[in-house]
Design a protein around this ligand. Structure first.
Ligand SMILES: Nc1nc2c(ncn2[C@@H]2O[C@H](COP(=O)(O)OP(=O)(O)O)[C@@H](O)[C@H]2O)c(=O)[nH]1
Ligand SMILES: [Mg+2]
Length: 256
């Protein structure tokens, strides 16, 4: 296990063997941890060389103890721990910073995203022939969430689309795959994980949308309240709108 500020091999050390780092931020997800890790391993077994990076965000339900114990016998599993709750975006960021893979796949730690979709996203990334970087984003065409959450999400999406002219149908889907390098170029702020496609486009990256499975949460509880998310979402939206407006556009530079 490593503390977030001191990743085990240093942020710039990459193992050329590892193609994909699967980053999973968790807050109090004890019962979901083992089943999800088993699913990730089953999905990637014959697909690529991978590692799984769990980032515990100050859980108080034994998630960290369980992860630490599992990591002792699973060589693919690495565990990063935040000293205190710092948010889901911070979790993703700590995982990406510690990752050794060239590519990153992210997913929720509650089992709502299906690891069986990761190979589809990887395939879509491998098919990319453009010279620009690519972010592959999941689209939960059939969301398995409460009616209230789906309504709130639809409203937030409509406002976001209008303000950012971002046509991504499901920017909040955590199931995504991109180059580690791409993520490191993006501005970092709390809740940025909901705006990754728009932020990637701001860096002149391509975005490809892949339809993915979505499942009901079977254990634990959601960490977000609908109204909190909408309210904070509005100020984030203004911030992202500003960032896009103030983007100077593509930088045309080369080494001589
Ligand atoms: N690191 C971190 N992860 C969080 C936090 N809140 C939620 N998560 C994780 O982010 C994922 C999605 O959260 P969840 O509560 O399922 O959100 P919902 O599906 O939108 O209701 C889960 O893996 C959570 O454990 C947080 O404050 N910090
Ligand atoms: Mg969830």
């Amino acid at each position: 296990m490593a503390h977030a500020s001191t990743p085990p091999k240093g942020p710039n050390t990459k193992d050329p063997e590892i193609e994909l780092s699967v980053v999973v931020p968790v807050l109090n997800e004890t019962e979901n941890i083992r089943p999800l890790i088993d699913e990730i391993q089953a999905a990637l077994k014959d697909v690529c060389v991978y590692e799984i990076v769990y980032v515990d965000d100050g859980s108080n339900d034994g998630s960290l103890d369980l992860l630490t114990k599992l990591a002792q016998s699973m060589t693919e599993l690495r565990v990063i721990a935040h000293a205190r709750r710092s948010g889901q975006s911070a979790g993703v960021r700590s995982g990406v910073l510690a990752a050794r893979g060239r590519l990153i796949a992210t997913l929720d730690g509650d089992g709502q995203n299906d690891p069986a979709d990761i190979p589809k996203l990887l395939e879509a990334h491998r098919e990319h022939t453009g010279t620009e970087r690519l972010m592959v984003t999941g689209w939960r065409a059939e969301r398995r969430d409460s009616w209230a959450k789906r309504r709130a999400s639809r409203l937030a999406n409509a406002i976001r689309r209008a303000m950012l002219r971002d046509d991504n149908p499901d920017t909040g889907c955590s199931l995504k795959l991109y180059e580690r390098e791409l993520f490191l170029r993006l501005p970092y702020f709390d809740h940025m994980h909901r705006y990754l496609p728009a932020l990637a486009k701001r860096e002149n990256c391509a975005v490809r949308i892949v339809r993915v499975n979505h499942r009901h949460r079977t254990h634990g509880v959601s960490k977000y309240k609908i109204m909190d998310r909408l309210v904070v979402g509005l100020s984030d939206l203004l911030g992202v709108w500003w960032l896009i407006r103030r983007s100077p556009g593509p930088l045309d530079s080369k080494e001589l």
